[in-house]
Design a protein around this ligand. Structure first.
Ligand SMILES: CC(C)(COP(=O)(O)OP(=O)(O)OC[C@H]1O[C@@H](n2cnc3c(N)ncnc32)[C@H](O)[C@@H]1OP(=O)(O)O)[C@@H](O)C(=O)NCCC(=O)NCCS
Length: 187
């Protein structure tokens, strides 16, 4: 449906290199770094699926079930963002085969790795990866109040298509309007 052809790709080991970053599979060794990163109030605020409080079990579930499991099932390409040998964030292309809007990209960075363009470099590379495998579009959504994430989307070559009203659901029951961005093969 999305146009992606995964034949010939081993998703379990797929690693993407950019100018400054290695986008690699998560491993059990990343549990402490993910656990520490996900205490950040910014990540807790904007990543709607994140449990709060965030525990070591949550980090382990994310790494094994979401990241490693998603690759094994052909569902998602979730990547650890590594800069100079250190884990600085997480990103992914999700719903590779099934999302009606095309695979969806998401990201977070640890606070001390922000301000260097790592998220845009990652989102750009992941979009290229999906488009090169045949995706007819890739998309991402960011709360209209999340200025940093919208800036990442634009710097990664995405165009805003509109606003999905009341699309995001937060843990406290509140809802947020989402700016919808996409990249097409010709963009
Ligand atoms: C979104 C995120 C990955 C961006 O990291 P980054 O690219 O290193 O961010 P930067 O610090 O370079 O900020 C990006 C831009 O937003 C701007 N910005 C940052 N915070 C801002 C704020 N509160 N209000 C307005 N602009 C802001 C920066 O000035 C920068 O502008 P520029 O593109 O013109 O240079 C990071 O903030 C993060 O992990 N946030 C929490 C998780 C999250 O929101 N994920 C996305 C969910 S959709």
């Amino acid at each position: 449906m999305t146009g992606i052809d995964l034949s010939g790709i081993d998703l379990t080991t797929e690693t993407i290199r950019t100018e400054r970053l290695v986008l690699r599979p998560f491993t059990e060794n990343d549990v402490p770094a993910v656990l520490a990163a996900c205490q950040d109030p910014g990540i807790q605020r904007w990543i709607t699926a994140l449990p709060v409080p965030y525990t070591e079990d949550d980090a382990r579930f994310f790494i094994h079930e979401v990241a490693i499991g998603g690759r094994a099932a052909g569902r998602d390409l979730t990547v650890a963002i590594e800069a100079d040998g250190r884990l600085v964030g997480s990103s992914g292309v999700h719903a590779l085969q099934i999302h009606p809007l095309g695979p969806e990209i998401g990201y977070w960075l640890v606070p001390d790795a922000r301000g260097r363009g790592y998220a845009a470099e990652t989102a750009h590379a992941l979009a290229e990866w999906a488009l090169n495998l045949g995706a007819r579009r890739v998309h991402l959504v960011a709360d209209v109040a999340n200025a940093a994430s919208q800036s990442v989307a634009r710097r990664a070559g995405f165009s805003q298509e509109g606003v999905l009203r009341s699309y995001l659901q937060y843990r406290d029951g509140s809802r947020g309007d989402a700016a919808l961005f996409s990249r097409l093969p010709g963009d």
